[in-house]
Design a protein around this ligand. Structure first.
Ligand SMILES: [Zn+2]
Ligand SMILES: [Zn+2]
Length: 92
């Protein structure tokens, strides 16, 4: 999932038709609000289904862009471990 919220009703896409979750035809959250009389005024029950594009896997380029951050975190964690080791070694 690349976008987590439906633009129309601002509920998670997981609650919408077409997601892995076999929900009702209408948005599950909207249905729930209707059942419990909690509808947000001015908002209609949402019948959107999950846009297919949201299921498209990230491209290699997008993965590449995400990788450096992951590596940075690993590096930082490694330095922290080294610092902790030094501290332990110096302990009397
Ligand atoms: Zn919706
Ligand atoms: Zn909804």
């Amino acid at each position: 999932m690349r976008e987590t919220l439906c633009l129309d009703c601002e509920h998670p896409w997981e609650e919408h038709r077409g997601s892995a979750f076999k929900g009702p035809a209408a948005c599950g959250e909207c249905q729930y609000e209707e059942d419990h009389g909690q509808q947000v005024p001015g908002r209609e029950k949402c019948w959107n289904s999950v846009p297919h594009a949201l299921f498209v896997r990230p491209t290699a380029r997008e993965l590449e862009r995400a990788a450096p951050l992951h590596r940075k975190v690993l590096l930082r964690f490694g330095r922290l471990m080294v610092a902790v080791l030094h501290l332990v070694v110096r302990w009397p």
